[in-house]
Design a protein around this ligand. Structure first.
Ligand SMILES: [Zn+2]
Length: 185
């Protein structure tokens, strides 16, 4: 498995996706039609397509939970309302939160990769080389922010301000560094 080229953004998405099988496992088996069932898969159908829930036979569904009978291996497609009813758990809510998180991570892709880049430059001494002054508190805040963003949370305006502050500092320092290098040549 090669995960070396994986960016922080990709890693965040992969981690989030891994939380689905973990969550499904935690739900475990449940009773339905005098039989034990488990959730075996979950998917969102493309826009404007839908199927009919096979549990109630009525509900039009785009968010599909596949449930498998442990006795017969039969598979049924089930909607987000019926899944809550038959499992007696708030499963639909978890998956809604999952989708919100996923969208946030995707929306914050640039910020995630950029903060990761700043932190990498800091660790590897690149910022010192560029003569960018950093504060331990500032770096700690960036680290915290990155963790939040990777978990699919949003950052506040104030936090965004700190990212912009470092961005400006680095860009300015980089421009000066280029000037100095060009001069030396
Ligand atoms: Zn249904």
């Amino acid at each position: 498995m090669s995960t070396q080229k994986e960016s922080i953004f990709e890693k965040a998405l992969r981690r989030l996706e891994q939380s689905i099988p973990e969550y499904i496992k935690k739900i475990g088996k449940f009773q339905h039609e005098n039989d034990d069932w488990i959730i075996s898969d979950w998917t969102i159908l493309p826009q404007r397509t839908y199927e009919i829930c096979e549990v109630c036979g009525k509900e039009k569904i785009r968010e599909v939970y596949y449930i498998t009978s442990l006795k017969t291996n039969a598979i049924k497609k089930c909607g987000n309302i019926c899944i809550d009813t038959i499992t007696n758990q708030k499963i639909g809510r978890w998956f809604r939160l999952y989708q919100t998180r996923k969208k946030r991570i995707e929306d914050n892709k640039d910020a995630i990769n950029w903060i990761a880049e700043i932190l990498r430059a800091y660790r590897e001494g690149g910022l010192t080389k560029l003569k960018v002054r950093t504060s331990r508190i500032g770096i700690k805040r960036l680290e915290k922010m990155l963790t939040r963003l990777c978990m699919g949370q949003n950052i506040t305006e104030k936090q965004q301000g700190l990212v912009d502050y470092y961005t400006r500092k680095i860009l300015r320092a980089h421009a000066e560094w280029e000037k100095r290098t060009a001069f030396a040549l």
